[in-house]
Design a protein around this ligand. Structure first.
Ligand code: ADP
Ligand code: MG
Length: 240
């Protein structure tokens, strides 16, 4: 019996012969907070896409919550509790903020009454701090509020694992702290989190462990202070 909620073994992904990922091994413990870092173009989002089923890896296998999901379609992985945010939030602009949560909720929990769905959506909006804005259009939201909405949409699937792909890019320091506090609350409620992030202050504050990918290969995996002292990691960042 493993304590890993998510495990990827030997993930290789090529685009027209270009190796975006080469034999990457990765594991996330139940309840863990892990940071995934690497220079731009190193394969982080490709890795997330392989894990969540948006892309099919050329090689390797993926286990989630004790099930082999290597061939499982993305929608079913999401329904089973593997949630992610997208780097660029794309809310439904013609719907209210509340309806933006209700769409994925209805999909995740099945055909429940409108009242049940509405109440569940309000709980999520309160969780991410958008409770007061439920009836507004997402068009009026600030960057940090859009990121919160994006996290809320991911939460609608009642995830066991949340993969947050650059949810803090372009935010001010205090806004980064708001998102960090939110992620920490979700983690305290039992969600295991993989944070992909360039803002090192945030990564260091958040992560119990850090994984580094450079040019599609995992070059480090360990305690944050240890990983950041590794020569190879330093070199990868100096080269950026
Ligand atoms: P990161 O998220 O670490 O910045 P990506 O995973 O987005 O990096 O990209 C890794 C590499 O794979 C880049 O060189 C990128 O151009 C390439 N790549 C990503 N997605 C595709 C795709 N769908 N088709 C072709 N090349 C891609
Ligand atoms: Mg990326």
């Amino acid at each position: 019996m493993t304590a890993n909620i998510l495990e990827a073994t030997g993930i290789t992904k090529r685009f027209d012969g270009f190796a975006a990922l080469t034999s990457v091994d990765f594991a996330l413990l139940k309840g863990e907070r892990v940071g995934l870092i690497g220079p731009n173009g190193s394969g982080k989002s490709t890795f997330v896409n392989c894990i969540t089923g948006i892309l099919a890896p050329d090689e390797g296998s993926i286990t989630f919550d004790a099930n082999d999901i290597t061939k499982t379609p993305a929608w079913l992985r999401a329904r089973r509790g593997l949630a992610r945010t997208y780097q660029i939030p794309r809310p439904f602009r013609g719907m209210t903020i509340q309806e933006n949560i209700e769409v994925p909720l209805r999909f995740a929990v099945g055909h429940k009454s409108a009242r049940v769905i509405s109440e569940a959506a309000q709980v999520i909006l309160d969780q991410v701090g958008l409770g007061e804005k439920a009836d507004l259009s997402p068009k009026g939201l600030t960057q940090v509020e859009l990121r919160k909405l994006e996290l809320g949409r991911a939460l609608a699937a009642r995830p066991k694992v949340l993969i947050a792909d650059e949810v803090m890019a372009g935010l001010s320091e205090s806004e980064v702290d708001e998102i960090l506090a939110l992620l920490n609350r979700l983690n305290a409620e039992g969600i295991s989190i993989l944070l992909i992030e360039h803002i090192m202050r945030a990564v260091m504050l958040f992560s119990q462990r850090i994984v580094v990918i450079v040019a599609g290969c995992k070059i480090a995996d360990g305690l944050p202070d240890d990983v950041m002292q590794q020569e190879e990691v330093e070199r990868a960042y100096l080269g950026e």
